[in-house]
Each structure stands twice: as C-alpha cells, then as structure tokens.
Design a protein around this ligand. Structure first.
Ligand code: C2E
Ligand code: MG
Ligand code: MG
Ligand code: MG
Length: 287
C-alpha cells in the first residue's frame, strides 16, 4: 500500500512498480484458489548414496495454473509464506506425500524408501503441527520412519527451545530431520549443535562452482567434516556434473541429489525409473 508513502518515497512508485504490485495481487488470488482447483502436483527427485543406490526422494511442489504455464516455486512459495497460504498448501503436500509413501512402502517392502518433505518455518511453528501431522500419517497408513522433514535455518530464528521440543516429539513418532540449504541462512553453529537432526543438505550455491572455485571447495569440505563430527549424514543438492560428484565423493559426502542422477518427476516416472528398475541398470551405479 503506497498511500502512506511520504513525499520522498512517492516518486519511487513508478508504473513498473505498479505492474509488479498488480502481478503479485493477481498471483495471490490465483494461488488462493489453486488448492480447490486441483492445480498442484508433486514431483519426486531421487537421492542416491555413494554406492549408487536409491535412498529415496525429495518431494517438490509444482503449480500449474489453469491459465498460463507452470509457476516456479521460487516465485510462489515466498508469496504463499507471506500470505499464510503455505499452511493449507503444506498440509496438502504432507497428505499427498504420505499417501504416496504408504503406497510405495506396501508395493516395494524391500526398498526401505525415505521421503523428504520441505516444511516452511511458518507451518512448523503452528501450535498443532505435531497433532495434525500425526493424523495425516495415521490416515495414510505410512510407516513414519520413511518420512523426513526438511527444515531451513529460518525455523530457528526464534524459540529454539520450542523447536527442539517439537523435533523431539516428532522423532518419537519415527520421523527424521534434515537441515536444508545449509550455510545460506543465519543460524549459528551453536544452534546447529543443539538441534536433534539426522542430516545436513549442502546448498546448491556451494556445489555449483565446486570444481572451479577453491573457496567453494573449502566450504564444502568444511561442511562435510563438520556434519560428520556432529554425527550427521551429509547430502549435496544440485549435483549436475560427474566432476562435482568426484569432489564430493573425495571429501566423504554421503549422498547426492541433482540432475546428474535425475530431475524432479511425477510419481509414476519415479517409480518406473528408480524403484521398480533394478539398481544395476541405472546409469550411475558404480559397483
Ligand atoms: P529446495 O528444498 O532446496 O529444493 C531443491 C531445489 O533444487 C528444487 O527446486 C530442485 O528442483 C532444484 N534442483 C534439484 N537438482 C538440481 C540441479 O542439479 N541443478 C539445479 N540448478 N537445481 C536443482 P524447486 O523444485 O524449484 O524448489 C525450489 C524451492 O522451493 C525448494 O528448494 C524449497 O525451498 C521450496 N519448495 C519446493 N516444494 C516445496 C514444498 O512442498 N513446501 C515448501 N515449504 N517449500 C517447497
Ligand atoms: Mg529441500
Ligand atoms: Mg535445498
Ligand atoms: Mg536450495
């Protein structure tokens, strides 16, 4: 609302900004209806261990509005967070992901799949988050030991004691926890040490130039070493090249996720390519 802008700021409110405000408002309206219109889908991206075996999938939300093409999560997730829509959307994601996990667990009991779901800080901080998630898990029939929640550092911006308690409560149900985009947020190492996590995810931004940047290489090495000294499993995201993988492997990274192994894809494609297909036939398998 530019109406309260003072004399000095009003001149910055140009037509370009007006267009951005209008665009945002219309995207907000469309986003508010998207759940009811069935415009969301989940994609699944493989996570692969050092032996080339499938660990499971990260669940990634896709929005394909009736009108217009797909909208990137980088655009609509922040808007969903600002408006609070991320809460109902997030529960839809959890419900759909748990149903899929339950199905795969029953159809492929030998696979011990892990499914990683992104949880926005705003949703995690809801007072009834544990109870609602527990309901969702029970109704889906999924074994919660296959479910992993990816949190970002923003979740610990306030009330670390409350966050620890919540994580502990969910751990009792069998859930795992991963710190996403590690190294890009504001959390301190003293927070990290107090959180009962299972896994660190090295952010794409450190992986991208790994093979050509001594600084990024040093950072990645340090994150892996630190993660291991805290007894955490370390996974790298955004792995696109064999060269990046060679470095990550050399420094002891436990697992990988990225286009080199597979893009985020619809459930049937993921199942056919990564769950049903014998591991020996997958292109990245090494032994
Ligand atoms: P994220 O959780 O860090 O997810 C990883 C992102 O990296 C995904 O982007 C994925 O498609 C992309 N990616 C995977 N491999 C590669 C690669 O090799 N190269 C490159 N350049 N990118 C790769 P995506 O799907 O656009 O999602 C962006 C962000 O939106 C996610 O980052 C996450 O923070 C958020 N997000 C996605 N789905 C959900 C959701 O269901 N709930 C919440 N709260 N946030 C979500
Ligand atoms: Mg993630
Ligand atoms: Mg990430
Ligand atoms: Mg990221």
């Amino acid at each position: 609302e530019g109406k309260s802008a003072g004399r000095n700021t009003i001149r910055f409110f140009n037509p370009d900004m007006q267009r951005k405000v209008d665009q945002r408002a219309s995207m907000e309206t469309a986003l508010a209806r998207a759940l009811d219109q069935g415009e969301f889908q989940l994609h699944y991206q493989p996570q692969i261990n050092r032996d080339g075996e499938l660990l499971g999938a990260e669940v990634l939300l896709r929005w394909i509005p009736e009108e217009g093409g797909p909208v990137s999560p980088a655009e609509f997730i922040p808007l969903a967070e600002d408006t609070g829509l991320i809460v109902p959307i997030g529960y839809w994601v959890l419900e759909t992901a748990c149903q899929q996990l339950s199905l795969w667990q029953r159809q492929h009991p030998d696979r011990d799949l892990s499914m990683a779901v992104n949880i926005s800080a705003r949703q995690f901080h809801q007072h009834d988050f544990i109870r609602r998630l527990q309901d969702i898990i029970e109704r889906s029939g999924a074994d919660p030991r296959g479910l992993k929640l990816e949190l970002t550092e923003s979740v610990v911006l306030d009330d670390i004691a409350g966050v620890i308690e919540k994580i502990e409560g969910l751990r009792q149900l069998g859930l795992g926890f991963s710190m996403d985009d590690f190294g890009t947020g504001y959390s301190s190492l003293s927070y990290l040490k107090r959180l009962p996590l299972d896994q660190l995810k090295i952010d794409t931004s450190f992986v991208r130039d790994l093979a050509h940047s001594a600084n990024d290489l040093a950072i990645v090495r340090a994150i892996i070493a630190m993660g291991h000294s805290l007894n955490l499993h370390v996974i790298a995201e955004g792995v696109e090249t064999a060269e990046q993988k060679v470095y990550l492997e050399r420094y002891g990274c436990d697992a990988y996720q990225g286009y080199l192994f597979g893009r985020p894809m619809p459930a049937p494609e993921f199942e056919a390519g990564f769950i049903t297909a014998p591991a020996a036939q997958t292109p990245f398998r090494q032994r």
